[in-house]
Design a protein around this ligand. Structure first.
Ligand code: PLP
Length: 455
């Protein structure tokens, strides 16, 4: 029998929610005044809320529902796996078929010699694993002092204490502090911080901060550098073309391990299976989650190079989670990858992103509020500005214009997210040209309404 009465009116559900459900990244005290929107169903790129509104989800949930909502095959696989073997662990020399098959599949899909998968239940857990992995790597190599990890301000790597410390979100550090041995450099955000430099000059300058930081900390103290190929939660910051080659060169020069956080960019988002391929990066470790199961089950992990796996695997690795390689999550992820391959979803991203979405997205740059409109694959952002020529930011008296715009989108049944005054999208990868038209039409209407409200 159903434990909750799903036929309760929306206001009743919202009241219960505000009373008992403590939400992540939410002002919980405000929920009593304005209840949370209650989602009840999903199909493709569409969500339906408890009031019957059909909402275009241009964020794929939290950047994760890559194959779209409502795929029954995944539900069927989950049910079958639950009946057969709902749980077993992968500790102490045991394993099971879903974990074996998924690890082998990931080794096949991941570029280069990234052939070994350590499973977690989320991206945050996987990045916590990475902290231990890279420190253990240098211990095993006889250099336990090599333990500092370098990362970027405004990067996001999760919200556990480890993931939040790797991330460069000051608001997260402010809630509970951060762990030691992690240092940050500036981000490659040309629009906001590039000044008079060209994007290419700025990309090089920001990458060279990594070298400066390595020299400041001492090359023999640095274990690894971690970065998202494209910063997601930071506002879909697509780095200038000069950035990643220079980061790669510096990591190689000082023997610093490179961890590429592909929690958002993995599994087709940028038009390849991994952004490492899109940006020609050769990481030692890749972090994965989200699109791995299209969000249908909580699963993440770290894919290690042959060398990292050989060094860390030379002895017992004292680390693991009850749900590392959970059989139901692994079986669902495997089915998700099968569908992606059989239906050519990564190829679809390339077809639909360029030129169709790229062209329609670029059109938004003619709106009076929009400075730049940028896109890679199916993730994009627009920067809102009061002055396109100077790339100025709105002053605080105007409030966060991005928030106002996001509220207009929500009212117009379009989910876009705002990061400061950037509006971002990351729709399900199955989105069609006709749905892209709806997305652009609703985004423009919301921008118009937001603009009118500022006059
Ligand atoms: N890394 C990146 C790049 C992310 O965007 C996220 C989540 O948004 C995480 C890590 C954390 O993943 P999770 O929320 O599954 O812990």
């Amino acid at each position: 029998m159903n434990m909750i009465n799903t036929n309760l009116p929306t206001a009743e559900l919202q009241k219960l929610d505000a009373a008992h459900h403590f939400h992540p990244f939410t002002d919980n005290s405000a929920l009593g005044k304005k209840g949370a929107r209650v989602m009840v169903r999903g199909e493709g790129v569409w969500l339906t809320d408890s009031e019957g509104h059909r909402i275009l989800d241009a964020m794929a949930g939290l950047w994760c529902v890559n194959i779209g909502y409502g795929r029954k095959e995944l539900a069927q696989v989950a049910a079958r796996q639950m009946e057969e073997l709902p749980y077993y662990n992968t500790f102490f020399q045991t394993t099971h078929v879903p974990a074996i098959a998924l690890a082998a599949k990931l080794a096949e899909l991941a570029p280069g010699d990234l052939n070994h998968v350590f499973f977690a239940a989320s991206g945050s857990e996987a990045n916590d694993t990475n902290i231990r992995l890279v420190r253990r790597y240098w211990q095993a190599k006889g250099k336990p002092w090599r333990r500092t990890i370098l990362a970027r301000w405004n990067g996001y790597h999760g919200s556990t204490l480890g993931g939040g410390s790797l991330g460069g979100m000051k608001g997260i550090h402010a809630h509970g502090g951060k762990i030691d041995g992690i240092e940050h450099i500036e981000q490659p955000d040309w629009w906001s911080e590039g000044g008079d430099m060209s994007p290419e000059e700025f990309g090089l300058a920001r990458a060279r901060q990594l070298e400066e930081k390595i020299l400041e900390v001492g090359p023999d103290n640095v274990a690894a550098f971690i970065g998202e190929a494209v910063q997601g939660a930071g506002g879909v910051i697509i780095p200038p073309s000069t950035y990643w080659p220079e980061i790669q060169r510096i990591c190689q020069k000082y023997g610093v391990l490179l961890i590429l956080d592909e929690v958002i960019t993995g599994f087709g988002r940028t038009g390849n299976w991994f952004a490492a391929q899109t940006f020609n990066i050769k990481p030692d470790i890749i972090t994965i989650a989200k699109g791995l199961s299209s969000g249908y089950q909580p699963i993440g992990g770290s894919i290690l190079s042959d060398e990292v796996a050989a060094v860390v695997g030379g002895d017992e690795f004292n680390h693991g989670y009850t749900y590392s390689g959970h059989p139901v999550a692994a079986a669902v992820a495997l089915e998700n990858l099968r569908i992606m391959q059989d239906e050519g979803i990564v190829e679809h991203v390339r077809d639909v992103a360029n030129p169709y979405l790229a062209k329609r997205w670029a059109e938004l740059a003619d709106h009076p509020l929009v400075g730049e409109a940028k896109l890679v694959g199916l993730m994009g952002s627009i920067a809102l500005t009061p002055n396109k020529a100077t790339r100025a930011a709105f002053t605080s008296e105007t409030g966060t214009v991005g928030f106002r715009c996001r509220e207009r989108c929500f009212a117009n049944d379009l989910i876009m997210r705002h990061v400061g005054d950037r509006m971002i999208i990351s729709p399900p990868l199955c989105i069609t040209p006709a749905e892209i038209d709806v997305l652009i039409e609703r985004a423009r209407k919301s921008l118009d309404e937001c603009y009118a409200g500022l006059q």
